[in-house]
Design a protein around this ligand. Structure first.
Ligand code: SF4
Length: 544
């Protein structure tokens, strides 16, 4: 594995080999990237040159295989001031794996806009004045024409340091959460281009296993994309709506079936037979999605049943480079503030066209958009009202009042209210344990956090790595052996997952961040504070 460290303040590029011990003990991807992040000074401003953003692939990403074109990015988050992490699919991960650079660490700040080209085990810094001010789609189109390869780009939101700006790839895949786009913007990096000249690896044996044992069980994901889960979440009264006032919504006009009306074609990451992406079109606006999380954040959460406005807002968010989950939540909070007179701007539930306009204002920090661009935690401090976030990250579409395991998961995820570090909603919704009980949630969340810390170090897609119906620990061990020749016992892998998870928390602790407190709203029905206390006590004992 090769590491490239780019110091933009001095124009330095250092290339080195990752030591064998780290490869063995941290696997790759998230594991090694998190160790590198620990090297930045504590308590720095996330927008200072000392912050770093590390893009990383792992041992499986050079494979032409379903679920294998994924990559990770870690950084200090400008939204939470803690551990920032995000994953992205598409074609760039595979391209990076073939570029002979496994980890790209970007530090320092450039005086002028630049983009980076990663190729043949090296990195080149190139001027990007001609790209600054363009949206992420325009930037990607220009660079694909000029450079070829696969492009990660920020839009105007990243340039304007919107704290939840994302990094866009292939006009619809994102490093969505925690503000990685703003970190790139603060460094004046408009884009990163990966050119992979190596040869893809193949494993017909593992692909066959995936096709027969895993993908065959994902037919709903293949037909509807991620919105396939909306019916289950809503039926279980766990779909946040009207800014966390309710837990269900009249979803008929925004669900997967309705989306078929706007369906253009399926879309896939490199080499993946699942092809969970959907391209939708409303009028002349085309978008990859909307994903389930966006149907929630621009839909149910805002009391908005107008699917066309969701598609339009989604398209703008992707172009400008804005995380839709945080954006929907901050707009929802603004509606509550507007109602109570704490904000002068008139914003109400169910006003889809207004949200489309607000996305643009956020990206350009125009008027009210300048406030909203700061995210819920800072807006809370400015107004004295209580919003909904955990450790600074706005929550996704799983209401913990109907899925108790998610109350714990939001507290213990190193990046704040996150559904991906443990995916605890899956076994809860599948009835593997009682979702209205604290019983068994602590060991479930811990086990899954450790499992996904390894999966994110491979780096592999969690839609296929599903211990209940898809890949479990044994299959992950088999995949690592195929890719590296190294054999791990399940116990060794569990310990590695635990080590990586602990390291991410170590980063938070030195920033003064502990397990997240939940907003009072989460306890106004269903979930009781004693349920959460029981889960967190049990969990802390397991982590001792
Ligand atoms: S399941 Fe979907 S997100 Fe995962 S690799 Fe395949 S196409 Fe990409």
């Amino acid at each position: 594995m090769k590491l490239a460290i780019v110091d933009l303040s001095h124009g330095d590029i250092r290339i080195s080999k990752v030591n064998e011990k780290d490869e063995r003990e941290l696997i790759g991807g998230k594991g090694i990237a998190t160790k590198l992040l620990m090297g930045i000074p504590a308590k720095i401003d996330p927008f200072s040159p000392e912050n770093a953003i590390i893009f990383a692939v792992g041992p499986v990403n050079s494979y032409r295989m379903s679920g294998a074109s994924r990559m990770t990015a870690v950084f200090k988050s400008p939204l939470t001031n803690g551990y920032g992490e995000s994953q992205c699919g598409g074609f760039a991960p595979h391209e990076m794996a073939l570029s002979d650079v496994t980890l790209l660490m970007i530090t320092g700040t450039s005086e002028k806009p630049v983009y980076l080209v990663v190729e043949n085990g090296d990195v080149e810094i190139k001027p990007a004045d001609f790209l600054w001010g363009l949206d992420a789609f325009e930037t990607e189109s220009m660079l694909r024409k000029d450079e070829g390869g696969e492009v990660l780009a920020i839009g105007q939101a990243g340039e304007n340091l919107v704290r939840f700006a994302c990094i866009t790839h292939r006009k619809g895949r994102q490093f969505g959460r925690a503000g990685g786009g703003a970190v790139l913007g603060s460094k004046k990096v408009k884009a990163v281009v990966f050119k992979g000249n190596g040869k893809s690896d193949e494993s017909s044996e593992f692909e066959e296993f995936l096709r027969e044992k895993v993908i065959s069980k994902l037919s709903a994901l293949q037909k509807y994309g991620t919105p396939n889960i909306m019916w289950i979440v809503n039926k279980s009264k766990s779909l946040p709506s009207y800014y966390w006032e309710r837990s269900e919504f009249d979803i008929e006009s925004i669900d997967g079936e309705r989306m078929l009306k706007y369906f253009v074609k399926r879309n896939s990451c490199f080499g993946c037979r699942v092809a969970c992406g959907r391209i939708s079109k409303a009028g002349d606006v085309e978008v990859e999605g909307p994903e389930f999380e966006t149907l929630y954040s621009f839909g149910s959460l805002l009391g908005n049943a107008d699917l066309e406005s969701i598609i339009k807002a989604n398209n703008l968010a992707d172009r400008y480079g804005i995380d839709t989950i945080s954006a929907g939540n901050v707009i929802g909070f603004a509606i509550v503030l507007s109602k109570s007179g704490k904000l002068k701007e008139k914003i109400k539930f169910g006003d889809g066209d207004k949200y489309v306009e607000l996305i643009r204002k956020i990206a350009f920090r125009e008027g009210i958009g300048d406030l909203l661009a700061e995210g819920v935690m800072r807006l809370e401090k400015m107004t004295g009202a209580e919003g909904v976030h955990v450790n600074g990250l706005e929550p996704p579409a799983y209401d913990p009042r109907g899925i108790f395991g998610m109350a714990l998961a939001y507290s213990t995820s190193p990046r704040g209210a996150c559904h991906m570090r443990s995916c605890a909603y899956r076994p809860n919704l599948a009835g593997k344990l009682d979702r209205f009980s604290a019983e068994g949630q602590a060991s479930l969340v811990k086990e899954l956090e450790d499992f996904y810390a390894v999966v994110d170090s491979l780096v592999y897609c969690r839609f296929l790595a599903l211990p209940d119906i898809g890949m479990g620990w044994e299959d992950v061990a088999r995949l690592i052996e195929i890719a590296t020749g190294r054999k791990y016992s399940l116990d060794q892998l569990r310990k590695i997952g635990e080590r990586i998870h602990r390291m991410a928390w170590e980063f938070n602790r030195r920033e003064g961040i502990g397990y997240g407190k939940l907003p009072a709203k989460f306890f106004n029905y269903g979930l009781r504070i004693e349920d959460w206390e029981k889960m967190i006590d049990e969990y802390m004992k397991l982590r001792e």
